[in-house]
Ligand binder design. Sequence first.
Ligand SMILES: Nc1ncnc2c1ncn2[C@@H]1O[C@H](COP(=O)(O)OP(=O)(O)OP(=O)(O)O)[C@@H](O)[C@H]1O
Ligand SMILES: [Mg+2]
Length: 357
Amino acid sequence: MITSLSINNFRGIKTGKIEGFADINIIIGANGAGKSTILEAIYAASAWAESIDNIRRQNKFDVIAYRRTERGGWNESRSFLWYSMNTGQNIEFTLSFSSGKTMNFIIPYTIRGMLASADMNKMIFLGKNQHYVSPEGYVIDERNNVIMRGSPVEILDFFKEEIEFLRDCTLIDKMLYTRMNFIEESVWPRVFAKRLDKIVINLIREAYEPDAELISYISTGLGKHSLTVGLSQTAVRVDDLGDGARTSMALALILSTMNHTVALIEDPEIHQHPTGLEKILSFIIDVAQLNKIQIFITTQSIDILRFLIMINPANCKIFTLRRRNGAIQSRQFTLDEVESLLESRIDIRRIIEELQI
Ligand SMILES: Nc1ncnc2c1ncn2[C@@H]1O[C@H](COP(=O)(O)OP(=O)(O)OP(=O)(O)O)[C@@H](O)[C@H]1O
Ligand SMILES: [Mg+2]
């Protein structure tokens, strides 16, 4: 389990540290507070353990570079990921784990002595004993020169469990919710092999489509296939479900195949009626406990806090975030503390202010 995270020089965060992570972490804060940046930092760090996104089948750095606007990947637009585009300084992440170990990653903008066309996964380096090593064994010095090529075995051994934990780290964002094709190709075979579709269809029935009976992957003509929800009288392509149902189905399918890793869930309240939101939240919490997934959820929604108080999961913390001149300030609350705050105030803005100050 990740217990703390420091970020330097990444997107809107010049410097920031958040400590005391739990199994379930809710990150709340105003627009631009840096919530999504926290998720991206963990996701980027996981690129050392596995450079290719398990679901999108794309390089994780490319995903980070273009996920908002699809305006270009790592090679074309990575400079926007450096704080104030200050590409002279390395991006740096530090992750501590419940094992007591601390992983320190750096991402230089360029690496001297390597071809410009170097693979993206050679751009992230994990440090130990003053040495920074890429997954392929490139070692760099502090001026970002490649000084030799060796074997990263020492680091692989030392951080074996942590690397394993980060490997399947998944960023579940708005873009992924709309890409059912990724889910059909990468996730559905794994879901069906374990018949996890049964728990997903239960969720869809309870929250969205009362007469949903099954999910199947069927031909929709002209050689095309689509995930389809069978209702009692007819069948509906997943693409044609309501936005709330489709989003929840994507989230549920992805999470049900994850195991012993980190799920980064961005703003799950999007498209959700309160009933849907409550059901998908309890699904997330159940599957997280069952599959030992550490969860980070960013949100703007006070409803999420209310539902969490009702569900009352073990080991859950709320983190509020503020960003001033690139520095992150965060405070943490237990669900009990948030509950007494919600009881004592009527005005939601006041609650958010009190959570943040
Ligand atoms: N390269 C950069 N240098 C400086 N600031 C940046 C850079 N990239 C993004 N920012 C700032 O970071 C903020 C965006 O951070 P982030 O996306 O993490 O916010 P958020 O808390 O997720 O917000 P929202 O709730 O709107 O999704 C914006 O204020 C933006 O101006
Ligand atoms: Mg965001």
